[in-house]
Design a protein around this ligand. Structure first.
Ligand code: BDP
Length: 703
């Protein structure tokens, strides 16, 4: 008995590493674990063989390989590639291979797909059809998703096409492999070893993006180094482009505006100077020689110290148009960022991008897209949508979202961003429909790095996933996306899947509550942005100070952006401007964004503003405690390794949520001079304790 016990222990120990390694999150949502017995048999019948157009392009080969890999994992049997239509075939077809399909596919455009269980030549087949090979790849991933999430594969009739043409990740990756605002290890791009050494993860990165329908990636930080445009780095970027090409992902680069001076030895980077224009044209020609399908440039200019056209008395349009001219002959585009605010400008920072860019509407070249952050300040846990959306009808715009959670607890806090993305995408601009309807492109600042789980935590994968799915279809909704992700990543058992989804859906509001409730914003620590620091008032620029944003004093709290204050409300469409001009008609989520109100202001709940603020902080902390309880109950449904890992992260989150609550209450009380409402737990420490905390080596500062 004793020997047997020892033998068993040894066996378990021997198997443990392999098993643990199998569930460390490295496979993302493309895990393809065996389905239930019944689902496996159905899948074997429905995917007995794959019939693909011949000769197969690299993209079709990628689709076939993914289908084979997926079915092998899910059903335990790899379908063979065949030329014959037999019962149970997965039939990949374009109008080029089956002209009779043409009329059915017209609506699908260049990237859309159709999935249909049907009969062909008397055989039951599943049609995966598209106008192009890349559509077939997206359709194959959609079919695999249907199989993974438990759809009835015998009755499939789905079609989909993307609403937004350009769907990009923006990597804030530096050439030394540090990542600005990265919380998932180093940059994936091993610039030193490229172009010769191509890490196997580059393919997995491309697979993951293609599975979501993303079609472009900006490889380097918007705070760009000129060196990224030199021949050696272009060769490295070209190697990545070669890997990504079959997966429909185009490479873009951030360009430093002063590169003609730094690399070309010119005296100026003035966009109207003929030598500068010639330099950029030659540079574009050089890039397209090595990356024929290069997407174009992303530019951060005259923003936070970056060079730009204003250094030469020229406008953003002059700068953007010069670069647009250079890439136009090759079919390229320029993404020109509107994230600008100036030292010298004493006006409300929230107004500055609109003030600079809106008057330029109509002056940009046709291949310029102005890239606008979701809100007017900077990726806060909650902001109103940016007033530029809908306000530049003659200029294509891109919506920039941040997937890496610089302001929502890095990768240690569980905050599912689907609800934030949905809130922005569905916001009605009052001018051109929703934000989603008003944009041509969408960009997500990536949260990807060398961590085994790619994103720094298991649940942060959901934010990459949600960004991609919602970029393809902004109307999908955060819940539906979370359902798919949880099923693909954790479990298809409905009760457990739904419990995970509920936990995800409550998480973002929890962060808002314990960090910046009621429209507060920008209260985080200096530089690294970790933790609370609402007391900071001594930075070189006033609009970097938290006190600039909350404006708390003895009399009250909040930033008056109504007509009696900065009048930022006037940048919105008149009906919204009217609504947000009055605290009584401003949603409480945005109250202190737009108004400075007395501490005893009567909230709709019947509480004073002071009591309401504290209630929100408490609600946030309680929500995280609740998330921990919910996760604990999921233990039987989630593999031990990932369950324990997430539980440990949630413990950190609860501790830090309390810290945010306590530090903010301690500080605001020191300003308001008010007693804590009855029954409220006092902060654990004195204010001085929180003020003295330092985080010298916090991640994400970049090189
Ligand atoms: C801020 C980040 C900073 C970025 C900047 C930007 O703190 O690291 O460079 O945005 O978007 O949120 O350019």
């Amino acid at each position: 008995m004793r020997t047997m016990g020892r033998w068993l222990v040894m066996l378990v120990l021997a198997l443990l590493p392999a098993w643990a390694a199998a569930e460390d999150g490295a496979e993302l949502w493309l895990r393809y674990r065996p389905l239930s017995q019944a689902a496996r048999s159905q899948l074997q019948r429905r995917a007995a063989a794959i019939v693909a157009p011949a000769p197969a392009s690299p993209t079709v080969l990628a689709a076939v390989a993914e289908l084979q890999r997926g079915v092998a994992g899910l059903a335990g049997r790899e379908p063979a590639l065949s030329q014959k239509i037999a019962s149970g075939a997965l039939l990949l077809a374009t109008p080029a291979s089956r002209p009779e399909l043409g009329p059915q596919l017209q609506e699908l455009g260049a990237e859309g797909w159709l999935l249909r269980s049907t009969r062909l030549q008397g055989r039951e087949v599943t049609l995966i059809a598209a106008n192009t090979d890349i559509g077939l790849l997206y359709g194959s991933f959609a079919w695999l998703r249907a199989a993974q999430t438990g759809a009835d594969l015998a009755r499939l009739d789905l079609h989909s096409a993307p609403r937004i043409a350009l769907r990009l990740l923006n990597h804030w990756d530096n050439l030394d492999r540090t990542v600005e605002r990265g919380y998932a290890g180093q940059s994936l791009w091993d610039w030193w070893k490229l172009p010769d050494i191509r890490d196997a993860r580059y393919v997995d990165y491309a697979r993951a993006n293609a599975s979501l329908g993303l079609n472009g990636t900006v490889l380097n930080n918007v705070n760009a180094k000129a060196e990224s445009l030199t021949a050696p780095f272009l060769a490295k970027a070209a190697a990545l482009a070669d890997v990504f090409r079959p997966w429909g992902i185009k490479v873009w680069l951030s360009a430093r505006f002063s590169a003609p001076v730094e690399l070309g030895g010119l005296k100026t980077a003035d966009p109207l100077d003929p030598a500068v224009r010639a330099w950029w044209r030659a540079k574009a020609d050089e890039i397209y020689r090595v990356i024929p399908d290069f997407g174009g440039f992303l530019v951060k200019a005259n923003s936070e110290g970056q060079p730009g056209p204003q250094d030469y008395g020229r406008s953003h349009a002059d700068g953007a148009n010069m670069l647009a001219d250079a890439v136009a002959p090759h079919g390229g585009a320029v993404l020109w960022r509107a994230f600008v605010y100036a030292h010298e400008n004493v006006d409300d920072r929230a107004k500055q991008a609109f003030a600079e860019f809106q008057p330029l509407d109509g002056q940009f070249a046709a291949n310029v897209i102005v890239q606008v952050k979701n809100g007017p300040i900077d990726f806060q846990p909650r902001e109103p949508f940016h007033p530029l959306f809908g306000a530049m009808p003659k200029t294509p715009l891109a919506l920039e979202l941040q997937i890496t959670k610089e302001y929502l607890g890095f990768s240690t806090h569980l905050a599912y961003l689907g609800p934030l993305f949905e809130e922005v995408l569905q916001a009605d601009t009052g001018r051109a429909g929703t934000v989603a309807r008003s944009v041509r492109a969408i960009a997500g600042v990536a949260n990807i790095g060398t961590d085994r789980n790619w994103c720094g935590s298991q649940f942060d994968q959901a934010n990459w996933y949600a960004f991609g799915r919602m970029a393809w279809d902004p109307d999908l909704g955060a819940r539906a996306v979370a359902q798919d992700w949880a099923a693909q990543t954790f479990t298809t058992r409905p009760a457990a899947r739904d419990a995970i989804v509920e936990l995800m859906l409550m998480s973002r509001e929890a962060v808002v509550d314990y960090m910046t409730p009621l429209g507060l914003h920008h209260l985080m620590g200096t530089g690294h942005h970790h933790g609370p620091a609402p007391w900071v008032d001594n930075l070189e620029r006033p609009d970097w100070n938290p006190t600039y944003y909350h404006r708390a004093d003895r009399g009250g709290i909040g930033f008056d952006r109504s007509p009696t204050g900065s009048n930022a409300v006037a940048q919105y469409a008149p009906p919204l401007a009217r609504l947000w001009a009055d605290p009584r008609t401003t949603p409480s989520e945005l109250l202190l964004w737009f108004h400075h109100l007395p501490w005893n202001y009567a909230m709709p709940s019947g509480r004073t503003l002071w009591a309401e603020l504290i209630a929100h902080y408490d609600r946030g902390v309680a929500a995280v405690a609740d998330m921990r309880r919910r996760w604990a109950m999921l233990q039987p449904d989630v593999d031990a390794a990932r369950h324990a890992e997430v539980a440990a992260y949630l413990a950190v989150q609860e501790r830090e949520a309390r810290w945010w609550r306590d530090a903010c209450i301690a500080y605001f009380q020191s300003v308001s001079g008010l007693p804590l409402p009855e029954g409220v737990r006092p902060p654990e420490h004195e204010l001085s304790f929180y003020k003295a905390l330092r985080f010298g080596f916090a991640p994400g500062r970049g090189g």
